[in-house]
Design a protein around this ligand. Structure first.
Ligand code: PLP
Length: 390
């Protein structure tokens, strides 16, 4: 039987730059000692107090259908958090709870794009972006940034690259680069959105992982409240990747319509997970800092090691759980570098090309192993790069 063009086309037919990731997994499964610095998953698990709250909620009977757009208590907790962090009045009617940030990315694009519309995003990008846009029947339009400007988007390039898009998706702090968009960049982006009557979808799932600089949510910029949909998630801030709990914050009417979408897709997030998320948000900054602390420490280790050599350029970043390394001194592509590094040093990193062509000749290092293992792995990467430098 014939499947739809839409579902056949989700992945697209670009190169498969995830090969190194799958090879590393196979080597690990075969018992080989591989240092895995590929995906963005903490090396700690969900905090025991969050699990206790989850268990308590389940034991108390919150295992039936939950409200589709989220429990009132969690929607209020997210609204309070957003209001406190941005100063913008926000109520539970501005919040829809989703099965992770990924479902929020999907729901927002479904909400603002009709089939055949174009939806723009900044390259390099979180790897699911183009597929998420294709899955709602829209056409992905990548707008490249440059390593020469440390992957801060150029406002001129955005204007020239929009190609009639209905929406623009940005991500700061950024995966894969760790770059935090400056106020100037965000104000420029806001002006483009106003001038071109665009929806701005702002993926802020790393907003608690700020190591240098400040996070500005563009929803708080003048003229942006009615056209901004913010994506949030418990995954990165609270090491709850498997719990699948995130949200969209936006104008009340958009949130209400996304509730209709929730009714026909996920039918909501399990109640005991939402109760655990509510507990976790209520636990405040201390818990978020505890979850983020290992990345801040490892970033300092990376900065120290990379400052003492000159074959790799560390992209100037301020947040998230990744380091982006410019390895063009070897003349290799990111794909070739990552594959050869895996073979010669048993260290697995992601090729920059897995996140778009703008990050070609780079590799992304996830800071997701214990400090001493991370330090040794980075030393191997530096040594390997020296050996292969032209
Ligand atoms: N957005 C970005 C930039 C990400 O890096 C990720 C996950 O790695 C997500 C969204 C989706 O996260 P989740 O669906 O676990 O909330």
């Amino acid at each position: 039987m014939q499947l739809s063009d839409r579902i056949n086309g989700i992945i697209g037919n670009g190169p498969n730059d995830w090969e190194v990731f799958f090879r590393a997994r196979e080597m690990l499964a075969a018992g080989q000692d591989v240092v895995e610095l590929t995906i963005g998953e903490h090396d700690i698990r969900t905090h025991p107090t969050i699990l206790a709250a989850m268990n308590k909620a389940a034991e108390a009977g919150h295992t039936g259908y939950a409200l589709i757009s989220g429990t009132d208590a969690l929607r209020k907790a997210v609204a309070e958090r957003v209001q406190e962090r941005t100063g913008i009045a926000t109520t539970m009617n501005n919040v829809m709870i989703t099965t992770g940030g990924q479902a929020a990315l999907s729901a927002t694009h479904a909400a603002v794009c009709d089939p055949g519309d174009s939806a723009a995003f900044i390259d390099p990008y979180y790897a699911t972006y183009p597929g998420t846009i294709r899955a709602v029947g829209a056409n992905p339009v990548a707008i490249p940034t440059s390593p020469d400007s440390d992957f801060q988007p150029s406002i001129e390039d955005i204007k020239n690259g929009l190609n009639g898009a209905k929406s623009l998706l940005i991500n700061s702090p950024n995966n894969p680069t760790g770059v935090i968009y400056s106020r100037e960049t965000l104000e420029g982006i806001a002006q483009v959105c106003i001038d071109h009557d665009l929806w701005l979808i702002s993926d802020e799932v790393y907003d608690t992982q700020i190591w240098d600089g400040e996070h500005i949510s563009p929803r708080a910029l003048p003229g942006m409240l009615k056209r901004t949909l913010v994506i949030g998630s418990m995954s990165k801030s609270h090491a709850m990747t498997g719990s699948r709990c995130g949200w969209v914050v936006g104008p009340e009417d958009a949130i209400a319509r996304m509730g209709d979408l929730g009714m026909t897709t996920t039918f909501g997030v399990p109640g005991f997970i939402q109760d655990a998320a509510e507990y976790a948000l209520g636990a405040g900054k201390a818990l978020e800092e505890e979850v983020g602390a290992p990345f801040e420490r490892r970033r300092a280790i990376g900065a120290r090691l990379l400052a003492a050599q000159n074959v790799i350029r560390l992209v100037k970043s301020g947040g998230a759980m990744y380091l982006m390394l410019d390895i063009r001194a070897t003349g290799m592509s990111g794909v070739e570098f990552a594959n050869t590094l895996l073979d010669e040093c048993a260290v697995a990193v992601m090729p920059g090309e897995s996140f778009g062509q703008a990050a070609a000749g780079h590799v992304r290092v996830a800071m997701t192993v214990e400090d001493s293992v991370f330090e040794t792995a980075l030393e191997s990467i530096i040594e390997f790069t020296r050996k292969h430098a032209k």
